[in-house]
Design a protein around this ligand. Structure first.
Ligand SMILES: Cc1cc2nc3c(=O)[nH]c(=O)nc-3n(C[C@H](O)[C@H](O)[C@H](O)COP(=O)(O)OP(=O)(O)OC[C@H]3O[C@@H](n4cnc5c(N)ncnc54)[C@H](O)[C@@H]3O)c2cc1C
Length: 304
C-alpha cells in the first residue's frame, strides 16, 4: 500500500484537476459560502453540529488577510440569520500570522468581536510547530476579552501534556487531534501506538481538570476506548463532543453516538483553495492517498 500511496502522490500534480476534484469532493463542502451553508443545513438536519473552515493558509498580503477576516466575520452573521448550529474554526496563518504579530492579533480581535456579537464560538486550529507557542499566546490574550474561544492540542507533540496541564480549567475548550504535519522527529512521538497512548492520556487529563474536550479522530479504537472510560466515569455529556472531518465515511457509528445523546461535530472545509489544499495535504501525509483510493473504489462500485 505504501508503494501505491507513493506513486499516487508522484502523479497527482499531472492529473487533470477534474479528477482530483472527483476523488477529493467528499471532503470539500462546496466552493461558495452559499453552497457550504446548504451543506451545513443538511448536516444540522441529520443531527450534526458543524465547524466551518474556509480553505487556505499562509496568506502573503495584508489585503488577503483582511478579506478572509471579513468573510469569516460575515459567516457568523449568516449562521445567526439562518439559525444554523455551527461555529468557525480558523487557521491563524490564514488571517495573517506570517505577516506579523500585530496584524494577526488585529484580525483575530475582529473575529472574536464577531463571535461575541453573535454569541458564537471560535476555534483556532493548530498548525505546525513554529506556530504552536504563538497560537497559544494569542489564544490566551484574546480569551481575556471573550471566553467562547478554543484551541487545538496535537497528541503527537511531546509538549502537549504540559500544555494541557497548564491550560486546562473549567472554561478551557480544547480539540484534541493526533496532528497532521510532518515534524522534527525529536519533538514528536513517532510510533502509532505512542500517539494513541498520548491521545488517551491527554483527553482524560483535560476532562479530569474540567475542560470541554472535542475528541477529533476517526480512529475507532480511540473513540471506543474513550467513550467507555467516559461512561464508566460518569463524565457529563456537556463536557465533550466527537469531531470528524466532512466526508469520512463513518455515518453509522456517528449516528449511534448522536442517538445516545452525544454531540458530534463535522468539520466542514470549503472554498476556492480546494485544489492546493487537497494536493498539499496529500503530499504532507501520504496516508491520505490510501483514503482517496478507497474512496475512488467505493464511488466506482456505487456507480455500478
Ligand atoms: C475535526 C478535526 C479537526 C482537526 N484539526 C486539526 C488541527 O487543527 N491541526 C492538526 O494538526 N490536525 C488536525 N486534524 C487532523 C488530525 O490531526 C489527523 O491528522 C487526522 O484526523 C487523521 O488522524 P485520525 O485521528 O483520524 O487517525 P488515523 O490513524 O489517521 O485514522 C484512523 C482511521 O480513520 C480513517 N481515516 C482517517 N482519516 C480519513 C480520511 N480523511 N478519509 C477517510 N478515512 C479516514 C482511516 O481508515 C484510518 O485507519 C483534525 C482532524 C479532525 C477530525
Amino acid at each position: 500500500m505504501k508503494l501505491i500511496n507513493y506513486l499516487i502522490i508522484q502523479i497527482i500534480p499531472f492529473l487533470p484537476k477534474v479528477f482530483v476534484r472527483l476523488v477529493a469532493s467528499p471532503y470539500i463542502a462546496g466552493i461558495t459560502d452559499d453552497e457550504m451553508l446548504v451543506n451545513v443545513q443538511k448536516l444540522n438536519n441529520k443531527g450534526y453540529d458543524v465547524a466551518i473552515d474556509i480553505l487556505g493558509e499562509h496568506v502573503k498580503t495584508e489585503k488577503e488577510a483582511t478579506e478572509i477576516t471579513e468573510r469569516y466575520a460575515n459567516l457568523y452573521d449568516r449562521i445567526t440569520s439562518q439559525d444554523l448550529n455551527a461555529n468557525l474554526s480558523i487557521k491563524l496563518s490564514h488571517i495573517g500570522q506570517d505577516l506579523g504579530y500585530d496584524i494577526v492579533k488585529k484580525n483575530l480581535l475582529i473575529l472574536v468581536g464577531a463571535a461575541k456579537k453573535n454569541s458564537n464560538f471560535l476555534r483556532l486550529d493548530m498548525e505546525n510547530i513554529p506556530y504552536t507557542s504563538e497560537t497559544i499566546k494569542l489564544y490566551k490574550e484574546v480569551f481575556k476579552d471573550y471566553n467562547k474561544i478554543g484551541i487545538v492540542i496535537q497528541a503527537y507533540l511531546h509538549r502537549s501534556m504540559q500544555d494541557i496541564k497548564t491550560l486546562s480549567s473549567n472554561s478551557f475548550n480544547v480539540r484534541i487531534c493526533k496532528g497532521i504535519y510532518v515534524e522534527d522527529p525529536e519533538l514528536v512521538f513517532s510510533s502509532y501506538q505512542d500517539i494513541r497512548r498520548n491521545y488517551i492520556s491527554l483527553v482524560k487529563e483535560a476532562l479530569k481538570r474540567g475542560a470541554y474536550v472535542g475528541i477529533a479522530t476517526h480512529d475507532e479504537y480511540l473513540m471506543d476506548e474513550l467513550y467507555k472510560w467516559i461512561l464508566e466515569n460518569n463524565i457529563s455529556k456537556k463536557s465533550f463532543e466527537f469531531q470528524v472531518l466532512h466526508g469520512v465515511p463513518m455515518h453509522k457509528k456517528l449516528k449511534k453516538l448522536i442517538d445516545d445523546g452525544n454531540t458530534v461535530r463535522v468539520y466542514v472545509p470549503y472554498g476556492d483553495n480546494w485544489y492546493d489544499y487537497s494536493v498539499r495535504r496529500l503530499k504532507e501525509n501520504p496516508k491520505m492517498a490510501g483514503y482517496i483510493i478507497k474512496n475512488l473504489f467505493s464511488s466506482i462500485f456505487r456507480l455500478k
